[in-house]
Every structure is written in C-alpha cells, then in structure tokens.
Design a protein around this ligand. Structure first.
Ligand code: PLP
Length: 471
C-alpha cells in the first residue's frame, strides 16, 4: 500500500515510512492510496476471534509485505496487557444504546488501543533499520501517559513528554511521573499547554536538529494510530449484527482521530449508518458541519479536557477525501486557516461530509446531567468525555430509534473523580492498576518554557544524540 499526502507535495511513502514520519514533509497528512475492501463474509468471520487476531486481519492490507508477520506478534503483545479479556467490551445501557469500553488499557483511556500497537510497530521498524528514535510529545493529559506506557523500556527509543506544570489532573500527572524506566523523561514546563505545544513545533521545524536526534511523532495524526482505532468499530459492529445490520457510532471528539477511524471502517465496508461527532463546549466541528465554515475560536477549559481542542488536525484527511482527493483545494483551505483564521468547506465536500457525519455539541451542564441520568437509570458511571457521546447518542435515538447506537467510552471515570463527584455525589473507586501509581514516588524535571533549554535537556539525555556524537 502506498500513502499520499493530503497536500500533494510530498513523496508517496510505504507504511513503515509513514509510521516513522507522522506528518508529511509538505505539512499534510498521509492517507492510503485506496481503502481495502472487507467483503461481507469476511466481516462475518471476525465473530468470535480474539481482539488481537481481528486487529491483525483488518490492519494487514494497510501494511506492506514484510511488516505483516511483525503485525500479528505486535497486536498480540499490544493487547495482552489489557485488563478485560475482550479488550474492548460492549455494555448495553438503554434501548439500542450501547457503550463501547475502550478504557481497559494501562492508562485507562482509549489512546492505549492505538499507542500500544504503534509503539511496537515503531520499535520493529527501527530495529530492522538499525536506527534509534527520540519521541517528543506535548500533552494536556492522556496522550503523554499512553505514549510513555507504550515506549517505556524499549531499547531503540527515548521518550520526552512535555506537560504544563500544575495543569493536568493528579492521576494524569502520576501516570507519567511514576514510571521508573530510564528511557522515559517527563518535563514539567513552566507555562501552558499551548506553550508546550509551541516548543514542540519549533523542535520539529528545526530540520537539522530533527534529523540528528531522529525525532519521531506519535500524536494522533500518525496513520498507524488511525488504522489501529478502525478495529473496534468492526469488532463492536459484528457483535451487534454487522454485516447484516447497520449501526451508528457516537464519538467524543477532539483531534478527530477516533471518529475518522470510524469513517475508514465505513469505507472498508462496515455498514455504518451515521458517525456522530460529539464535542464539548469547544464546538468547532459542530459549527463547521452546520454552517460550512471551519473557524477555530479560543479554547474553553471543560470537565472533558482531552476534547479541549481548537484545531482538529485529522479533519484534513476527511476534507481531502470529501473534495475527491483534491490536494490543491485541501492545501488552499489550510493555507487560509493559517493566514485568515478559517476556511469555507466547498459545497460539494460539505454535502459529502454530511452524508456520513452528524455533529452534536454538549455543554457543561448537559454533560453533568448525562452522567447523573445514566447513573440513575442504569447504575453505570460515565466519564465526562463519554458522557458527551452518550448525550449525542440519545439525541440520535430520538430521531431514529431502530438503529443501534454505540457510544465510545474513551476514558475510565476514575481518571476524573471530581467531575463524577460533582454529578453523582460520590467518587468512583480507583481500579487496581491505578492504586500503585497513587502511592509511588514521582520523577520529573522542572524546566523553563524555553526552546533552547528543552533542546539541551533532550540532547543531554537522548541516546540517539550520544551515538551520533561518537560517530
Ligand atoms: C484524546 C481523547 C478524546 C478525543 O479523541 P480524538 O481522537 O482526539 O478526537 C476523547 N476522549 C478522551 C478521554 C481522550 O483521551
């Protein structure tokens, strides 16, 4: 499978190169040249397969020859550490309303499902090529912990995660700072998440430094993450009767990676009725679908911080497809976003997007009352991110009660105990795997919000830099 950049000005790459590259050299995102088709009888054959086996089977067509053997072992290892045998179990909480639990991985959020696999695939590619990589990421919460868990102890990789000091939850911070492996470095930046993100962008823009350190990106635009997330749409769809029955999905959305994976599943042949984008008060996607104008506003902090995002990077992939893979139009749209703060989605593309997607913004009060309602009616505790999805799912069921809706449960409620207590008057019990983290000692470096200081910290601690210094 070859991969194309959405901006049409970077070379086509093979899967392994796309895994390492993350972002394309022209600023675009990589997409496969075509979507492999899964025939109805092959969808039926997924029933009863272990999750890892279903993943290897569905992802294989995206991976080039040699990597396919590694894929099976990587998937088996990636999902072996999940605390539920089904990996991503479904729970029914109402008539035709289901919750897909994606929080049984090591950091209790759905990002583990993709990051655990990406970590192993990346390590495999690096080993094959005899390379080292330096992973640098900025996090406002869940991504940093998931990346650390995925890469800790891996000999070809050093991980540096920047987070804004004092602005992540206690659980989120401890998940990053209590990891003892010497290849993991957590940097508390004296500044905001935007400052951390700005430092990260400058590091990636310095081409010579980037090459010297073997800088690699693991944020949600990495194609391997999208393709790993496609799997649970199939497995949950099959549990509910696919390929013989249509299913809708409601997806708590920030950077648009997770819901894009649902779109990929649909393009591969899964009978998806609607993809419902749930946003919190940061409703750029709901506004874009309603008005056709994609225009970020300031970020409002909410009780679902992992969705507090202004620019949903993966939306670029959808726009590229919706314009009939018109790279010039996609390029112009994102140039306009940078220069004048927004763009108008071309009419034909907007129509194509609306054929697959709905969007629903869920405010803070509605999120709290959804947590309370689901607890009252079903005895089930939703985390605040998942609550936006369930609320959007209920709105959909009011219009179309006959198609099952799966709401993706993206985090365990124990990650957000304050929001839960506010909604239902009690704190969720921490799951067993959280208990040692709450007691362990923390290790992190406090550092000024300054590119030069972050650079020298990374140079002192990255093994890739040392190997090259000796050479
Ligand atoms: C990252 C995250 C999201 C948003 O997912 P995207 O792929 O960025 O749209 C939603 N919920 C939780 C708990 C997350 O960690």
């Amino acid at each position: 499978m070859r991969y194309l950049s959405t901006r049409g000005q970077a070379p086509d790459l093979a899967f392994d190169d796309v895994v390492l590259a993350g972002l394309a050299g022209d600023g675009g995102l990589y997409l496969p040249a075509s979507y492999p088709n899964v025939a109805a009888e092959d969808i039926s054959r997924l029933a009863g397969l272990p999750y890892a086996a279903a993943a290897a089977r569905l992802i294989a067509p995206f991976v080039d020859g040699a990597g396919r053997d590694a894929l099976e072992a990587a998937a088996a290892a990636a999902y072996a550490g999940f605390s539920h045998a089904a990996v991503a179990p479904l729970t029914q909480i109402g008539d035709n309303l289901f919750v897909l639990e994606l929080f049984h991985g090591p950091t209790l959020a759905f990002k583990d499902l993709a990051m655990q696999l990406l970590g192993r695939l990346m390590n495999h590619v690096l080993r094959e090529r005899g390379l080292r990589a330096t992973i640098v990421g900025a996090t406002s919460g869940d991504t940093g912990a998931a990346a650390i868990e995925a890469f800790r102890g891996q000999d070809a990789v050093d991980v540096f995660i920047l987070y804004p000091d004092g602005r992540v939850s206690d659980v989120q911070r401890r998940q990053m700072t209590t990891v003892a492996d010497s290849n993991v470095h957590t940097l508390a930046i004296n500044g905001s998440f935007d400052d951390a993100q700005a430092i990260l962008k400058s590091l990636f823009r310095d081409a010579a430094w980037r090459a010297r350190l073997g800088l690699a990106g693991v944020n949600s635009i990495n194609w391997a993450r999208v393709v790993a997330q496609m799997v649970y749409y199939f497995t949950s769809g099959v549990s509910l009767g696919a390929p013989h029955r249509k299913i809708s999905f409601a997806v708590p959305t920030g950077n648009f990676g997770d819901v894009l994976a649902g779109y990929v599943a649909k393009r591969m042949g899964l009978p998806v009725e609607r993809l419902i984008v749930a946003t919190n008060a940061n409703d750029i996607l709901a506004r874009a679908l309603a008005t056709g104008r994609y225009e970020p506003r300031g970020v409002t902090p909410t009780q679902s911080p992992s969705m507090d995002i202004q620019v949903s990077s993966n939306f670029e992939r959808l726009l590229f497809d919706a314009t009939g893979r018109d790279a010039a139009t996609t390029r112009a749209a994102f140039a306009s976003l940078e220069q004048s703060g927004g763009f108008d989605i071309p009419a034909g593309a907007l129509e194509a997007i609306r054929a697959d997607f709905d969007a629903h913004a869920v405010g803070e009060a509605e999120t709290t009352s959804e947590i309370a309602r689901t607890w009252r009616e079903s005895g089930y505790v939703l985390d605040p991110h998942t609550a936006t999805g369930v609320s959007a799912a209920r709105a959909r069921l009011a219009e179309d009660p006959s198609t099952p809706v799966v709401a993706l449960a993206t985090a365990h409620p124990a990650k957000f105990p304050d929001a839960i207590e506010h909604a239902i008057g009690r704190r969720p019990a921490p799951p067993d795997r959280l208990k040692p983290i709450l007691a362990a000692s923390e290790r992190f470096a406090r550092i000024e919000s300054d590119v030069a200081r972050v650079k020298s910290f990374i140079e002192e601690n990255a093994r890739a830099a040392r190997v090259l210094a000796k050479a």
